[in-house]
Design a protein. Structure first.
Length: 671
């Protein structure tokens, strides 16, 4: 059987007009009865339309509507009467003439009972299909049967075959694209999940309705793609609604449920309810969500960050949505980059090892590089240039996720800025090498096949304040061309139970995408020793530590923690660290180097004796403060040259600020 869509719209419209015209003939006959002339009226439900060429058409919108809502013959007649009022001006005068009142130029139940033979008083019930599904609107009148009736705008457009969206759903329910072309196909691991969802939720029907599909992940866009793919595979359209717009008043919520259920039947649609930012502690919102779910008849997908037990009678099946695997990301990158360069072997692996981007983010990065390549004056960019562009764009793509959660630090430090003993310098080089060659060791050599835990690099910088711990973190970020984010402990640690873990989870989840360097200053405040449980506070404090230990071990980026008190850290935490770098109080020789490297090249100095300055028993941080203050003092003079006198004045000011005593032995021979 051949089905042709091109002219369905015209055929459907003509069929609707023919059915409305039969009602018009009935109205005329009611006004001027002609016994000698019989008016053929055929309201049989012919679900297939045929034309003279014998091509089978799709069912008309009228017959589809009657089948969807199981309308009786009388309800169908009444609906056509309401359509006639909208399409034919003469219908109003005919209605007024039959009802004997020129002001009653509209359909009523009383008119329908008088006009059609197959009348049914059950149509007056609010549970009748016409009223329950809001196919008609009943205006104000002296009585129910004499009140004006009109067809709902959405239903009229449906019968006319015109695209329309219910005005009351606009801005609340939003359509989601379900196209699955070559650029939006899901990777194999996610396609397996789609097949499982279709088989368990769309392919079965429980006594209390089809099961609710619950997708659990922090990646909202990924869950949308999976839900769209599942709906597309079974011929459903997908629309999304945020839990934040659900009305809490029961009557308003019920009205929204009815409108959506009607729209779902008209358009064969499923609904995605997004509850990603609703916490379990918000009992009012959770109760609203539960009531809404129980009143939805269409296939329903609920998006959450974490699993939530089902409430009510409708069963729920939860699926944890995995992030893109290493091989999935590699395939996507190679597919997207095929049009950019053919010689990126080894470079793509570095991108995948460092950045955990989503499919749409990878496509965006590659599209941006393509446009740069086209606009470049170079005939053909080298693989190195293309890789640098890709790397920097990946960093940019990951920033928005963390910028609201932590402070990004611009990294400008060099190896000259970090003055440490040779052993500590070597350890910093080893840390950089672990990050640079992780793709080779973990994936090419197979260490990642043994499990995903422990693939991150956790580092502890411990030592007195001002010994260069933060500067070393900046140095690694610059060396590795990665973003450095400092975690503000005041926004992480929360006195309320469970809130600290939530804050940290958001930070780690956001950091995973960009492979950024996380810097936890004064980590002993977060990773302190677990204590003996004496009360509920001790118990929850230990829960926080355990959670942090697990996330640190699972985080696949570089996490740097600094502390002034190594002894206060939990030993279980220390065992999970890849590196521990001690930043000692600088000795005399180190202080000489610090003094030398503290002055930028453009600063003019005269008569500085670094061997004498190194007798000052201070850390690198103190020395940099003194140098900066001395430069400001020199900037006020005519010569604008830093001398020992300026440094002496700056040293006295710095020591006075800290309440420290400056001994004569330290400044002997300065001036």
């Amino acid at each position: 059987m051949k089905i042709e869509h091109s002219s369905w719209h015209d055929t459907n419209f003509q069929y609707l007009l023919s059915q409305v015209d039969e009602v018009r003939q009935l109205l005329l006959q009611k006004i001027e009865p002609k016994p000698d002339r019989s008016i053929p009226v055929n309201f049989s439900s012919n679900l297939a339309l045929k034309t003279m060429d014998g091509v089978m058409r799709l069912p008309s919108a009228l017959e589809q509507l009657c089948a969807i809502f199981m309308l009786s013959a009388f309800e169908r007649d009444l609906l056509l009467l309401c359509v006639g009022i909208e399409l034919y001006p003469v219908f109003g005068s005919l209605c007024a003439a039959i009802q004997g009142n020129e002001d009653q130029d509209y359909p009523t139940f009383r008119l329908a009972f008088d006009l059609f033979d197959r009348s049914d008083l059950g149509i007056l019930s609010s549970q009748s299909p016409l009223q329950y599904w809001k196919l008609i609107e009943i205006g104000l009148g002296q009585s129910l049967t004499s009140s004006p009736i009109r067809i709902d705008k959405r239903i009229l457009c449906y019968l006319l075959g015109e695209p329309c969206w219910d005005d009351k759903l606009v801005g609340i329910v939003k359509p989601i694209q379900t196209a699955t072309d070559n650029n939006t196909l899901l990777p194999p691991s996610h396609q397996v999940l789609v097949d499982s969802i279709v088989a368990t939720c769309f392919g079965t029907s429980q006594p209390n309705g089809s099961p609710v599909t619950q997708l659990c992940s922090t990646d909202v866009a990924l869950k949308r793609s999976i839900a769209a793919a599942a709906c597309n595979s079974v011929g459903y359209n997908l629309n999304a609604i945020s839990a934040s717009v659900l009305p809490s008043h029961p009557n308003e919520l019920h009205h929204l449920q009815q409108l959506w259920n009607r729209e779902a039947l008209l358009t064969k649609s499923a609904l995605l309810l997004e509850c990603d930012w609703v916490t379990q502690a918000d009992t009012v919102q959770e109760n609203t969500i539960s009531r809404f779910i129980q009143g939805i008849y269409s296939p329903l997908v609920v998006s959450r960050q974490e699993r939530q037990s089902s409430s009510g009678q409708r069963p729920t099946i939860a699926f944890d949505v995995p992030q893109l695997s290493h091989s999935d990301q590699l395939d996507i990158w190679q597919s997207q980059l095929s049009a950019i360069a053919t010689d990126l072997n080894g470079y793509v692996e570095k991108l995948v090892a460092q950045f955990n981007l989503k499919t749409d983010a990878i496509a965006t990065v590659c599209a941006a590089v393509k446009s740069q390549e086209v606009g470049s004056s170079l005939v053909c960019s080298s693989p190195e240039v293309t890789f640098d562009r890709l790397w920097n764009l990946c960093r940019t793509m990951a920033r928005p996720q963390l910028d609201n959660l932590a402070q990004r630090i611009e990294s400008k430090a060099t190896w000259n800025d970090v003055v440490l003993p040779e052993q500590q310098q070597q350890t910093l080089h080893e840390i950089a090498a672990h990050v640079q060659y992780r793709d080779r060791v973990y994936w090419q050599w197979g260490f990642a096949d043994k499990g995903s835990r422990g693939l991150g690099i956790s580092v502890l910088f411990e030592g007195p304040p001002g010994t260069g711990k933060t500067t070393a973190a900046e140095l690694l970020a610059k060396e590795l061309q990665l973003d450095l984010y400092r975690i503000d402990l005041s926004q992480v640690v929360d006195k309320y139970i469970g809130e600290t873990e939530k804050h940290l989870r958001r930070i780690f989840d956001a950091a995973e995408a960009g492979g950024v360097i996380l810097l936890f200053d004064e980590a002993d405040a977060l990773f302190g020793k677990r204590t003996e449980v004496k009360d509920s506070h001790d118990h929850h404090a230990n829960v926080q530590v355990n959670y942090l230990l697990q996330r640190m071990e699972a985080y696949q980026g570089l996490a740097i923690l600094t502390t002034n008190l190594k002894s206060s850290l939990d030993q279980a935490f220390l065992r999970r660290l890849r590196f521990v770098v001690s930043f000692p109080f600088p000795d005399f020789n180190l202080r000489i180097q610090i003094w030398k490297h503290s002055f930028p090249k453009r600063v003019q100095t005269h008569g500085l004796a670094f061997d004498k300055l190194a007798r000052l028993n201070s850390t690198g941080g103190d020395i940099r403060n003194i140098v900066l203050l001395a430069c400001f003092l020199a900037a006020q003079t005519t010569e604008q040259v830093v001398t020992m006198e300026h440094i002496l004045s700056a040293t006295k000011s710095e020591y006075s600020k800290k309440g420290k005593t400056l001994t004569s032995a330290e400044i002997e021979g300065w001036v």
